[in-house]
Write a protein of this length. Sequence first.
Length: 254
Amino acid sequence: MSCAPLASGSSRFDLGVWRGLDDIRDKITVPVGRVLRIASSGSSGTSLRLRVNWLYRPEEAEGGRKSFYGQQELLASDHIDDGIPIASALGCCRVHALQQYMQLRDEGKLTDADFYSRYLYKSDARTFEPEMVPVHCLCELPFNPEKPMSQCSACGEWYHHECLLQQYGPSSLPAATAAAIADPQQQQLQQQHQQLQQHESSWMCPLCSRALHDTQQQQQQQQQQQLEVQSAMGSAVTQHAQQAWPQDLWPAVK
């Protein structure tokens, strides 16, 4: 496993608000932030204002949206605003750490108001924290929880099913995944993937499978050569034993 710019981490926020649009369902463009404080303002103190720590969508950050960002992924940030009218808050949402989000996904408990965050974006410096992230697979990209992966039992590397299918074909996939692809009568592939275990102890990646196959072939060839040598030596000994030794070469017996 190698690393690339950015690094995986955990979410900074557990609860946020939608803000900016009238339609809460338009979650693609509605800003999301964590309410840090609610304070009254104005002479009568009846106007409530929010102190908000904003979360960024990947397309709003430096470099834009990359293929390893999930659709429900947000970037924690150091961007804080005061004096946000409480009336602009449309509702509540939840921003989870990545592992918690995946657990809820596996349990079927996610809603459209559930997001996850694993990176911190420094808006003024336009940098990320941490700066490096582990990368996997043939594509050498960071983990995306929305793209199914399997781990090779030999080398321990993780591979996207999509990359394996494109590079090596269905025969390279874990058995259950390949069966789902081959059988169009089963449920949609995405649903099948969500039900699969990510780690199949008996599955090996194509590279390790090929290396194992080459090693086994080499061992078989060596065994065959040894058998041929042993057979040739046995034939020579048998032939030699059947020949009469000249009498003058017999050892003297006292």
